[in-house]
Design a protein around this ligand. Structure first.
Ligand code: MG
Ligand code: ZN
Length: 185
């Protein structure tokens, strides 16, 4: 039987925060957009950040090299390689986006160690970065609409044979929900 290891990305796989890294980089050129405290949806804010970055002349390469420069959490690369060697399924489940996570994994030679990445979809178009929500959920009230990690994990497991064991690693507020609904194994 296969086992599953689920990892958050920011401050878990990498010892940094990818969104904060880009916001800091943008701040070198222009003040980032204001964060509206009454809005709990992070994805529209990052979309706004990317628009500001584009207007400020931030090149896609500036964004990608900042992402690549984020250091891994000590021991994490070795852990991911070991899990892949032992044929674990490794899922990265994060409220970052496909461009950041995919680029970082590729630059660190870890792309083929990860079974799947579940996150908000992002893409460059004519030099601007766009982001789309991972999901539009209203089922779970404690998570934002764009991502409930419990739901995402259930969707991942749906239709697969049960895992022998499930290990979950994450540091953020949105890691609480899946931590309460892990299968008892
Ligand atoms: Mg995190
Ligand atoms: Zn949830």
């Amino acid at each position: 039987m296969t086992s599953l290891a689920v990892f958050d990305f920011d401050r878990t796989i990498v010892d940094a925060d990818s969104d904060a890294t880009i916001i800091t980089k943008l701040r070198e050129k222009t003040p980032p957009p204001e964060w509206d405290n009454t809005n709990h949806d992070w994805t529209p804010y990052m979309s706004n950040v990317f628009e500001h970055a584009y207007s400020a002349g931030m090149h896609p390469d500036d964004i990608l090299s900042s992402i690549a420069s984020m250091p891994p959490t000590p021991g994490m690369e070795r852990l991911l390689r070991r899990l892949a060697d032992e044929r674990w399924h490794v899922v990265l489940l994060t409220d970052a986006n496909t461009v950041f996570v995919g680029h970082w994994l590729k630059e660190h030679g870890l792309e083929d160690k990860v079974t799947s990445v579940i996150t908000n979809r992002a893409f460059f178009e004519r030099g601007r970065l766009y982001i789309e929500p991972c999901m539009e959920q209203t089922v779970c009230r404690r998570c934002p609409r764009n991502l409930c990690k419990s739901l995402a994990l259930a969707q991942h497991c749906d239709g697969r044979p049960p895992y022998q064991q499930v290990v979950y690693v994450g540091d953020g507020r949105n890691d609480y929900c899946p931590a309460t609904s892990l299968p008892n194994q």
